[in-house]
Design a protein around this ligand. Structure first.
Ligand code: GLU
Length: 321
């Protein structure tokens, strides 16, 4: 209690000396770093760069992208959790960083609720099961049949990601054993599948859609309950394995205790970006559904998603390689 009065006096003196002007300065005054917790070329990177570019225009300051891949997104998540809470370092979070990592990874480098200030849920993203065109299967059932005869492997964007969960849920529901090979993001995972070093990938649709459209990857099924609007000919895996469902999402987070003015400015810029018809067109091409939420609704979404995936992670018997 002894400290209370002098501190108040100090603050009063600082305000009287004109420092109040500094505190009230417009956010942002300099460039912002958007940490992408996965390697370049993955879905989070693709979505993140489109959003960062458009937010730069709204904010009048550059939003630069920094890829910090590894540990299923938790390295990048940890970097932002520990960053100065001033709004100048933010995270392109996903279902991996804010729901699955804490459920799957043994090491918990941060708390997705208490270590972050939510900014906006941006998009919901379908995932896809795709194979190299040389793999002699054209349907989910044919893949299941082949996996019962041969030892196959699938690539994912890392332990603790929705792609890892997608693969393990598939294995447990189909009764097959396929070896999991984790990467630092879908970008490097895709490189190896396109080169046929690994025959199967579970990926987010945004990063695979171009390769599926050009025939470099054969899509067997999407992971959402329903088919994806941009690929109506690709069945849902649930058509073969009823009840199968996974998906991903992208959302912006700042470190906990970031000033509300900075959160409000970032949220406004994010909503403006998602309302831009050019951004909407790009998102539509890979069936990412725009949500563009308030910070409060993103907070509720994170809590709901952690509860939703807990039984699925258990049912899928996800283990670390
Ligand atoms: N596959 C994604 C990427 O490499 C990350 C996984 C996720 O969607 O959470 O960007």
């Amino acid at each position: 209690m002894k400290m209370t009065l002098p501190r108040r006096l100090l603050l009063g003196a600082a305000l009287a000396m004109g420092l109040a002007g500094t505190a009230a300065a417009e956010f942002p005054e300099r460039q912002i770093t958007l940490v992408i917790p996965f390697a370049a070329g993955g879905s989070t990177d693709v979505v993140g760069r489109i959003v960062a570019d458009r937010m730069s225009k709204s904010l009048g300051q550059q939003v630069i992208v920094q890829n910090v891949g590894g540990a299923g997104g938790s390295l990048g998540g940890q970097q932002v959790a520990k960053a100065d809470p001033d709004g100048y370092t933010i995270l392109m979070g996903t279902v991996a960083t804010h729901a699955l990592n804490p459920l799957i990874l043994k090491q918990k480098p941060y708390d997705p609720v208490t270590d972050f200030a939510p900014v906006s849920l941006l998009v919901l993203v379908p995932n896809v099961l795709a194979v190299h065109p040389d793999l002699p299967v054209n349907t989910v059932q044919e893949l299941i049949d082949l996996a019962k005869k041969e030892q196959l492997a699938y690539a994912s964007s890392g332990n603790g990601t929705p792609l890892h969960l997608s693969g393990e849920l598939f294995k447990s529901m189909a009764g097959v054993d396929i070896t999991h090979i984790p990467y630092k993001g879908s970008g490097p995972a895709l490189t190896d599948v396109l080169g046929n070093q690994v025959p199967i990938i579970f990926d987010n649709l945004p990063s695979s859609s171009g390769h599926i459209a050009s025939g470099k990857l054969k899509a067997l099924g999407v992971t959402t309950k329903e088919r994806a609007p941009s690929f109506p000919d690709v069945p849902a895996i649930a058509e073969t394995l009823p009840g199968y469902e996974t998906y991903s999402w992208n959302a912006l987070f700042a470190p906990a205790s970031t000033p509300p003015e900075a959160i409000a400015a970032l949220n406004k810029a994010a909503l403006e970006a998602m309302a831009d018809p050019e951004v909407a067109k790009r998102m539509g091409e890979f069936s990412a559904t725009i949500v563009a939420s308030s910070p409060e609704d993103l907070g509720k979404h994170v809590t709901a998603e952690m509860a939703k995936w807990e039984p699925v992670v258990k049912a899928a018997n996800v283990s670390l390689d």
